[in-house]
Write a protein that binds this ligand. Structure first.
Ligand code: SAH
Ligand code: SF4
Ligand code: F3S
Length: 433
């Protein structure tokens, strides 16, 4: 049986595309290999969001080239957002590549491999999002947590971002299909779904928006938890905010990127919201769900950002208090409006990144400390790092591990949090009374 290995970079949307490509290959008789060394096909599922991420594909190909030379018949496919952005250029720069397949054409991977077997490299970067979901094989998942793509693409065109170009225009999958797919997942043992979209709360597959979809999914018996990511502040409508207070299956954790605390910079980013709008939104969300854990994304060193602008970002972080957050140094991306603007001094940008990350780390540690001693409900989803341990997530999406039997995986138990480790909280399962 031929074997494949998928290596994925980038966001959860890309992670999920990687899973779908694996499902597609398995449906055609392939089996998964743990490493490229054991694989007849290596799929590099790439990310184009920052320069560093995008360049990784070429160093990966460089490492695969000797493997391929030693093993005639081995093939290399490049998928993901670099495939979409660079298309045939990838083959020109790296002739070892056999197939280039964009995120909207992954359903064609097996057919593209057949074509490439005839000798010529094949490039497919068409946008046919309706076909993608119709033609992907039925889901086959293991474990209690699964992704469910509800929306793809982005029409927002933030001035720094490649996503509208690599993922195309916003499309929403219809409600009935999503409910059917969720039911299929639950039949396979799934207890928690994370609804995915580049702008998931821009979903408009039915009247009532994402809140209506969440309500429909919440009616599925056996589905215990619902999450969604990534949301845009401008698409948080009243119904969705309210759902955080009224829908018990909707978990109290929200990734809500803001990017900057300076209105001048937000405007230059084409974000179409001000810092104040974001703070108001956080207030309304917390009024609906006081214990909501918030996370966000920030870009520092955006062209034109002054020390004063940056101070406003720090002030926003102080004002909100995030459970976690990601911060990035601005990376000029080809084809985006911000790419040609005068850059901030790189040392200055590095220094701001360090200061912002220090503040975010402080807040994350404080959130962890505050959780110690509390009893939370954890959905166990996998074995822990050490024998005899299991790992899972709390309602607030905190990673938790504890001594426990593997048979608990797929169940929710109460857990008392006893210690904070860098990436996971240690807990003790509370015995049933
Ligand atoms: N759709 C989501 C996230 C998109 S990409 C949203 O709207 O927020 C994930 C994060 O990468 C972004 O939130 C942003 O913080 C960061 N990012 C995007 N483009 C970038 C660039 N050119 N340089 C640095 N960071 C970038
Ligand atoms: Fe990129 Fe902005 Fe769209 Fe998010 S909303 S994917 S940051 S363009
Ligand atoms: Fe990267 Fe594409 Fe996701 S650029 S962040 S893999 S949408």
């Amino acid at each position: 049986m031929p074997r494949f290995h998928v290596k994925t970079y980038g966001c959860q949307m890309n992670v999920h595309d990687g899973e779908r490509m694996a499902e597609t290959l398995v449906a055609r008789g392939w089996t998964a290999a743990d490493s490229p060394e054991d694989a007849d096909l290596v799929v590099l599922n790439t990310c184009h969001i920052r320069e560093k991420a995008a360049e990784k594909v070429y160093s990966d190909i460089g490492r695969l080239r000797p493997l391929k030379a030693a093993r005639p018949g081995m093939r290399i496919a490049v998928a993901g957002c670099v495939a979409q952005a660079e298309g045939a250029e990838i083959v020109a720069r790296a002739p070892a590549v056999d197939v280039v397949v964009g995120p909207q054409a992954i359903q064609d991977l097996p057919a593209l491999l057949d074509r490439a077997a005839l000798g010529e490299a094949v490039v497919e970067t068409g946008f046919r999002p309706d076909e993608k979901f119709a033609r992907l094989p039925p889901r086959r998942v293991r474990g209690p947590s699964a992704f469910l793509t509800v929306q793809e693409g982005c029409d927002k065109f933030c001035s720094f971002c490649v996503v509208p170009y690599t993922r195309g225009a916003e499309i929403s999958r219809p409600l009935a299909r999503l409910v059917a797919e969720a039911e299929m997942l639950v039949r396979q043992g799934v207890r928690e779904v994370t609804l995915l979209g580049q702008n998931v709360n821009a979903w408009h597959g039915a009247e009532g928006g994402l809140a209506a979809l969440i309500a429909a999914l919440a009616r599925i018996e056996g589905l215990w938890r619902i999450r969604y990511t990534t949301s845009h502040p401008n698409d948080m409508d009243e119904a969705l905010i309210e759902a955080h207070g009224t829908q018990p299956k909707l978990m109290p954790y929200l990734h809500l990127p803001v990017q900057s605390g300076s209105d001048r910079i937000l405007k230059a980013m084409n974000r179409k919201h001000r810092a104040e709008d974001y703070l108001r939104l956080v207030e309304r969300l917390r009024a609906a769900r006081p214990d909501l854990a918030l996370s966000s994304d920030f870009i520092v060193g955006f062209p034109g950002e002054t020390e004063d602008d940056f101070a406003q970002t720090l002030a926003l972080v102080e004002a909100v208090g995030f459970a976690s957050a990601y911060s990035f140094k601005f990376s000029p991306r080809p084809g985006t409006p911000a790419a040609d603007r005068p850059a901030v001094d790189p040392h200055e940008a590095d220094d701001r990144l360090r200061r912002l990350q220090a503040l975010i780390d402080r807040q994350a540690r404080a959130a962890q400390q505050a959780a110690l001693g509390r009893t939370v409900r954890v959905l166990w989803d996998k074995p822990g790092r050490h024998p005899g341990q299991i790992a899972g997530r709390s309602e607030h999406a905190a990673a938790v591990h504890a001594e426990g039997e593997a048979r608990l995986i797929g169940t929710i138990t109460p857990v008392r949090l006893v210690a904070a480790a860098p990436h996971s909280l240690r807990g003790e399962i509370v015995p049933a009374a």
